[in-house]
Design a binder for this molecule. Structure first.
Ligand SMILES: Cc1cc2nc3c(=O)[nH]c(=O)nc-3n(C[C@H](O)[C@H](O)[C@H](O)COP(=O)(O)OP(=O)(O)OC[C@H]3O[C@@H](n4cnc5c(N)ncnc54)[C@H](O)[C@@H]3O)c2cc1C
Length: 245
């Protein structure tokens, strides 16, 4: 059952261009349990001047097996494009207690179900899959998991090293990053958006997997449309809309 709880803030790290990870100390609330793919509501003690309110929903980006709770989010370098919520969130003080409510959400990876999963993310939509893959690597889950994630530029990509490690730890995991604007970089991997061709290159039989799509709504809707065009049945497509982007 979701419930309110607080956790102290530990640290903030910049992990890519305009992208930050925020760590909270889960050991201070050891009873809090969630599943990979779930999210929480974060409420800050602010009276916002914008009309977006004092709370946001964030996916728990870390695995439940870690002793910290991780939130990763975009924060523009241009202060005029940053909400009051994110301005305050960026300036949390070490040890400050933050108000959460959770866990919520049914975008999950049933551990016992061996049906292959194709995970599709645009940018920050990688967060639920980071939780799932780091969990699946440690737990040696047997279901085949193939992640496709696209970023606009190399400067924006996140979690590449961590997820490649997951792939080395568990041979059921495959991870494919694609960059839509690789110009002026030394990127050697896949390029362009996630497409039918790219999926078919790595997934032999498209009739078997369940497809899970996460990210800002326009990315999710575009990807679902592409999956339907290539004949994936609706009941085999699960989505996680990051409403608010
Ligand atoms: C179930 C769920 C899970 C979520 N998980 C996450 C998560 O793990 N990480 C995360 O960052 N967010 C997540 N979100 C979205 C999050 O709740 C915020 O809505 C989002 O981060 C935007 O924050 P902001 O309103 O403070 O705006 P800011 O990020 O400060 O942006 C200011 C304005 O610019 C616009 N904007 C900024 N970036 C973009 C963009 N890429 N595309 C279009 N418009 C943009 C925003 O709409 C906003 O109006 C999730 C939402 C839901 C419902």
């Amino acid at each position: 059952m979701p419930a309110p709880f607080t956790l102290p803030f530990i640290k903030k790290e910049q992990i890519a261009k305009e992208t930050y990870s925020f760590y909270f100390d889960k050991t201070k609330n050891p009873d809090y349990s969630f599943k990979p793919g779930q999210y929480t509501r974060v409420t800050l003690p602010i009276t916002p001047t914008d009309d977006k309110g004092s709370f946001r929903y964030f996916t728990t980006c870390s695995s439940p097996l870690e002793n910290y709770l991780l939130i990763s989010t975009k924060i523009s370098d241009d202060a005029t494009k940053v909400s009051d919520f994110k301005k305050y969130f960026s300036n949390l003080q070490v040890g400050q207690k933050v108000q959460f409510f959770g866990p919520m959400g049914g975008f999950l990876l049933p551990e016992e179900d061996l049906t292959p999963r194709v995970l599709l993310a645009g940018g920050i939509g990688i967060t639920p899959f980071h939780s799932m893959l780091t969990f699946a690597a440690k737990k040696q889950l047997q279901m085949p998991l193939t992640l496709f994630v696209s970023f606009s530029t190399v400067a924006e990509l996140i979690f590449l090293e961590e997820l490649q490690k997951c792939k080395q730890q568990n041979q059921n995991i495959n991870v494919i990053y694609t960059i839509s604007h690789p110009e002026n970089s030394s990127w050697q991997g896949e390029t362009g958006r996630i497409s039918e061709e790219l999926i078919k290159k790595y997934v032999q039989d498209l009739s078997k997997p369940i497809f899970m799509v996460a990210g800002p709504p326009p990315m999710v809707d575009g990807t679902v449309e592409m999956l339907q065009k290539i004949g994936i049945e609706e009941e085999k497509i699960k989505v996680d809309h990051f409403t608010g982007y």
